[in-house]
Design a protein around this ligand. Structure first.
Ligand code: AMP
Length: 420
């Protein structure tokens, strides 16, 4: 490597067109869906006081190992956001908007994860949160919204996994049972999971280590420990999904990676992707998180979808291609004057996609660029056109003759040819 050359850091990527066009289009589809459902966009800071994220769970990998945390020059302990929900709750607690507060977001999140296909240290999420309602129909609406979004992208092979984690009061009895189960079989548990067990037995269910699989399979399930209220709320969500025709599977051991979830939890798995990286999105209820962050005791529910992984799933299913970004017009000028500059600007102001060459290239080189650009039309200005105050308009992709029109007729003539 040459002395002064740098590369993007592990787990980060440089994206350019058409990948960026595709990502923007995906966010636009999401924005369209959430706006139509009454959500307003929020933009949160990319970094927060590190304590905002502590509630994600000291036994969760996201906090224990993956946080980009550091001290800033003012001596503050801050962290790059590893996800959006905690900072949305901090924002709600601080601004106290009217409830129910329906907010959506998009942007990058940061986790010091082990980089591999579909797992990055900087990745993008889109998501939606509703704060201020206990109604399980809100959970149903959010899940239906996410699945509608996947459908609009064209994805068909995505499985919705559903579980309920119960209320805070249901937890201790279940955790005792779970701890008892794992402690009775400590020898068969991975060393990593033994450490996790001491901090939070629930997290052991999240282990993807092969040696833990059998023991996790045999573990007691939370569903058997739900309070009547939590059980009937979950039944209502399932009934709602049934009534909307949204298919799902009950996954009794789905706990998800963050500690704040209560009641409904769900995950979307893309069957077209590798097992370990097939989660394209997920979410759930987090009643209690807003109060924990110093806000009023308002319940919340939401989801976040991984943009990068969703696009990988789109690749695997061969859907949601990058949108067309070809030019309408390529301006070719062999005059030395300012005509090309003025004409390109005029076309763009008229709403046409127009580009041109620079650096005094030859006519041949400019026509080659016009063809490479996929532009439908070339607008040509040579010495004759400059002298006569005209422009020549030539179709590049269709049969038909070029026309020379008065300079003032540029835009209408281009638009007419574009439509023919
Ligand atoms: P989580 O907040 O962990 O539930 O993540 C929500 C979604 O974000 C996941 O389902 C993934 O699609 C995506 N995601 C999480 N971590 C990463 C990562 N390190 N790289 C890429 N995508 C990720």
């Amino acid at each position: 490597m040459a002395k002064n050359s740098f590369q993007a850091l592990p787990g980060t990527r440089d994206l350019q067109s058409p990948d960026t066009d595709r990502m923007r289009a995906l966010v636009a589809v999401f924005a369209d869906e959430v706006s139509a459902a009454g959500f307003g966009q929020i933009v949160q800071p990319m970094f927060e006081d590190v304590r905002v994220f502590d509630r994600l769970g000291e036994a969760s990998d996201v906090v224990a190992k993956e946080l980009y945390a550091f001290e800033d020059k003012g001596g503050r302990h801050i962290a790059l956001r590893p996800e959006f929900t905690a900072s949305a709750c901090r924002m709600f607690a601080e601004l106290r908007p009217l409830t129910p507060w329906k907010a959506w977001y998009s942007g990058p999140a940061f986790r010091y994860d082990k980089p591999q296909a579909g797992r990055y240290r900087q990745f993008d999420q889109v998501g939606a949160e509703v704060i201020g309602s206990h109604d399980p129909d809100v959970d149903t609406e959010l899940i239906a919204l996410a699945s509608r979004f996947y459908q609009r992208l064209g994805l068909t092979d995505v499985t919705l996994l559903m579980n309920s984690l119960g209320d805070a009061a249901d937890r201790p009895r279940y955790l005792d049972a779970l701890r008892g189960h794992f402690e009775a079989n400590l020898d068969s548990l991975s060393e990593q999971s033994r450490t996790t067990l001491a901090v939070n037995p629930l997290r052991v269910l999240d282990s993807k280590r092969r040696e833990d699989a059998a023991l996790i399979e045999a573990a007691p399930v939370l569903r058997d420990y739900l309070s009547d209220e939590a059980a009937s709320a979950f039944a209502r969500v399932c009934d709602g999904l049934d009534s909307l025709g949204v298919a799902y599977e009950i996954a009794p051991r789905l706990v998800r990676g963050l500690d704040y979830y209560t009641r409904t939890t769900f995950e979307f798995a893309a069957n077209s992707l590798e097992g370990a990286q097939n989660a394209v999105g997920g979410g759930g209820r987090y009643d209690g998180l807003v109060a924990d962050l110093g806000g009023p005791d308002e319940p919340g529910v939401g989801f976040a979808l991984g943009v990068d992984r969703t696009l990988l799933a789109c690749d695997a299913e061969g859907v949601f291609d990058a949108p067309e970004t070809t030019m309408d017009v390529w301006v070719v000028s062999t005059s030395d004057g300012l005509e090309a500059l003025a004409i390109t600007e005029e076309l763009r102001r008229a709403g046409l996609r127009a580009d041109r060459n620079f650096d005094g290239r030859s006519m041949r080189a400019q026509m080659k660029a016009a063809n490479r650009s996929d532009a439908a039309i070339a607008v040509i200005i040579g010495e004759d056109e400059v002298a006569d105050q005209t422009v020549t308009i030539r179709p590049l992709r269709t049969e038909g003759d070029q026309v020379t029109v008065a300079r003032a007729q540029l835009v209408p003539a281009v638009k007419e040819m574009r439509q023919s």
